[in-house]
Design a protein around this ligand. Structure first.
Ligand SMILES: [Zn+2]
Length: 176
């Protein structure tokens, strides 16, 4: 399967996809993921994906999802954009509707999704991407340009006008 850019709707019969060990590869633009838009500073950025069907050790149908690319997130501190590398590898267990109500197996670390016969692949990839993003994306501490400038100004003020100078003077006065 070749690269499909701008493929808005890809549906798979998820159980069949898993049991057959099928694979789907492609590339999506960050700009075409509707729920990502609020977090983006710029529409640039592409994310390539691999969706692989497989069966777990107990034969359970699963999907393995791999995302690799980048997008321009907006820093929540300075509101400037920054390159955010997208690298994600996750496995999801496909659970038939009839088993959805059953309690999760103790110690089961694998997330599960309903075994949809008409699974919207891009929506699923977007779900997984959004889950993997930081709640409030930020530049590394101290690297936001406006904040660094603001901090410097604050420091300069403190040097010129030390907050304890007045108190020190007062103490001196009381002693005398
Ligand atoms: Zn920032």
């Amino acid at each position: 399967m070749g690269t499909q850019l701008g493929a808005q709707h890809i549906f798979i019969a998820s159980l069949e996809f898993a049991y057959k060990g099928s694979e789907l590869r492609g590339e999506m633009a960050a700009a075409e993921l509707p729920r990502l838009q609020d977090m983006l500073a710029a529409p640039e950025g592409k994310i390539s994906y691999v969706v692989r069907g497989l069966q777990g050790w107990d034969g359970a149908p699963m999907l393995e999802i791999k995302l690799d690319g980048q997008c321009q997130l907006r820093c929540q501190r300075c509101l400037q954009g920054f390159d955010y590398p997208v690298q994600l590898l996750t496995s999801l267990m496909l659970v038939p509707d009839s088993q959805l109500d059953q309690p999760a197996v103790e110690g089961d670390e694998i997330d599960s999704i309903p075994a949809d016969a008409h699974l919207n692949v891009l929506a699923l990839l977007e779900d997984e991407l959004l889950l993997s993003l930081p709640f409030a994306p930020k530049h590394p501490v101290g690297t936001c340009q406006p904040v660094v400038a603001g901090y410097m100004n604050e420091e300069m003020e403190r040097v010129e006008n030390p907050p304890f100078a007045a108190l020190a003077k007062l103490k001196k006065f009381v002693k005398e």
